[in-house]
Design a protein around this ligand. Structure first.
Ligand code: SF4
Ligand code: SF4
Length: 518
């Protein structure tokens, strides 16, 4: 749709701002300050907030939590009723060990070719991400040839891969021993300039700095968790360390070995106390996300995960080369969304994802902890909270019935919402919208891969052009309730009703368009 068609359909020719935007959107938007910098974290955190253990992340519960869900909907809707069953079956389906029962393998969007894209896109993360001892949830299954419990490599492995998420700072220790001083920046602001440029140059789409202080320390997982593994001799003669019995898995049986949990401690695991956290966002491909919840949309997610692993490693290397220590992390180590809020490039949202000004919710996050002092950014709000109050598009579109339509609140375990009871995987004591992670992962399992429908339909998910700028402006105006309707009218995000979406021509066309467009 061009600007003329937009104005005709929207009927906003009387709106001076809209018209001006249509003539020269970049110039007008440059003069509009949408965001407000905040001195404090912009959501309530209760005084008794005790932090969150990574043991309770849904992807960790699949190794230890064999309790039946306390959710009638879940127990009636799906065949798997515990986090172990759901998580392991999801993994087995995703890797192609077990066939997906939800979709005919000839269905456009769920064919082998569609699934291969997601696995290929994620492969740098999965095959080379590795695991930082006691921390990582990025590559929980592909830990060989290093035993994550001991950090020791398998004896007969010809190649030793450290992994892109390694916290090995021995090169800096060596420099210190040799009496070399770290590179001296003029001050913390000067350091911020160079670090931010390096992060962007090395592959980040957004970068911000959070200080490492009492306010941000609380977002570090209070415990770091690793799945326990056993060594297996595989039928083909190879060996592997695996947290799931890989032989039984091929028959659809689940055997896991629990987890090892230790209090988080950067000094013990990485050899330094951090001073700053560099937070980075990686945008996801718009055309691929548009196809959610097909397997093609996992391609966008996988690409971002691989980029997270690669860029974080390179940025850590940049710091180490100058004599500063670094510990890079993907989803592990600390809660990424509050850290990105602290670093000033996004707000929380109803769907639980970060919404950024530039790319909406279609980003993945990584962070690099370092002992270099870098001038921090401040949280910045730009109307997401107010808009999520009235929009609710993600809640209507969620095929897993996970996203609540109730108002934002301080969530505590055991509280009841329209989409279920807050369980272990919900962070207690922080103001947020309730999202039921157990239902979400159960849908992923049923779907035979990921989902991402919430991101695809969100009115903030737009390619960065003038439509996006106008949308941002509308979220702050009295017209904000109209934005969702306009979004649907223009066909953004496709059908909202889950059953209609999965069977829709929109989705099939989106997948075919994705493959057709070079
Ligand atoms: S990923 Fe899918 S199932 Fe999960 S919350 Fe988003 S829309 Fe719902
Ligand atoms: S779809 Fe609407 S309610 Fe959901 S996160 Fe996006 S703006 Fe908020």
């Amino acid at each position: 749709m061009n600007r003329r068609e937009f104005l005709k359909v929207a009927g906003v020719t009387t709106a001076a701002t809209g018209a001006a935007l249509a003539v020269n959107p970049k110039k007008v938007m440059a003069s509009v300050e949408l965001g407000k910098y905040q001195d404090d974290y912009p959501y309530e955190v209760t005084k008794d907030f005790k932090g969150f253990s990574s043991k309770n992340v849904m992807f960790m519960r699949m190794f230890w939590d064999n309790n039946r869900y306390k959710d009638e909907y879940l127990n009636s809707a799906y065949d798997y009723h515990t986090p172990i069953e759901t998580g392991i079956n999801f993994y087995a389906g995703f890797k192609g060990y077990l066939p997906s029962t939800a979709h005919d393998p000839n269905t456009v969007g769920f064919r082998s070719v569609d699934k291969a894209l997601g696995n290929a896109a994620d492969s740098v993360n999965i095959d080379f991400g590795g695991m930082s001892k006691f921390t990582c949830t990025n590559s929980i299954f592909e830990t060989y040839p290093i035993n994550p419990q001991t950090g020791k490599p398998m004896k007969d492995m010809p190649v030793l891969t450290k992994g892109l998420f390694t916290w090995d700072n021995s090169s800096v220790d060596k420099m210190i021993k040799q009496g070399k001083s770290p590179y001296k920046f003029e001050d913390a602001k000067d350091a911020a300039k160079y670090v931010k440029k390096a992060a962007k140059f090395l592959g980040a789409d957004l970068v911000g700095i959070a200080p490492y202080n009492e306010r941000t320390k609380r977002w570090t997982y209070k415990e770091w968790t690793t799945p326990n593994v056993k060594e297996f001799n595989m039928p083909d003669g190879s060996k592997t360390f695996s947290p799931v019995n890989p032989i039984k898995l091929q028959n659809g049986e689940f055997e896991t070995y629990g987890v090892t949990t230790r209090k988080s401690d950067f000094m013990r695991e990485a050899g330094f106390e951090p001073k700053s956290i560099i937070v980075m966002a990686f945008k996801q491909d718009y055309d691929s996300i548009k196809t959610a919840p097909t397997a093609v949309s996992t391609g966008a997610t996988g690409m971002a995960y691989s980029q997270m692993a690669e860029t974080s490693y390179k940025l850590a290397k940049f710091l180490k080369e100058m004599g500063y220590k670094a510990a890079q992390a993907g989803n592990d180590t600390a809660l990424s969304v509050p850290l990105a809020v602290e670093a000033g490039f996004g707000e929380g949202s109803r769907m639980g994802m970060l919404v950024t000004e530039q790319f909406g919710p279609s980003v993945r996050l990584a962070k690099v902890y370092t002992n270099l002092e870098i001038h921090p950014d401040k949280p910045k709000t730009f109307g997401v909270k107010e808009f999520c109050d009235v929009c609710m598009k993600c809640a209507d579109a969620c095929p897993g019935k996970s996203i609540s339509k109730e108002p934002i609140t301080v969530v505590k375990e055991g509280m009841e919402f329209d989409t279920g009871i807050a369980g272990k995987s919900n962070i207690s004591g922080v103001e947020k919208w309730f999202v039921n992670g157990e239902r979400c992962l159960s849908f992923w399992n049923y779907n035979g891969g990921g989902c991402t429908t919430c991101v695809a339909v969100c009115p903030y998910n737009k390619i960065d052009e003038w439509h996006h700028d106008l949308s941002k402006l509308m979220t702050l105006s009295p017209f904000k309730p109209l934005l969702r309707s306009m979004d649907e009218l223009f066909g953004y995000g496709g059908p909202v009703e889950p059953e209609v979406r999965l069977e829709s021509k929109y989705l099939k066309d989106a997948v075919n368009d994705f493959w057709d467009k070079l």
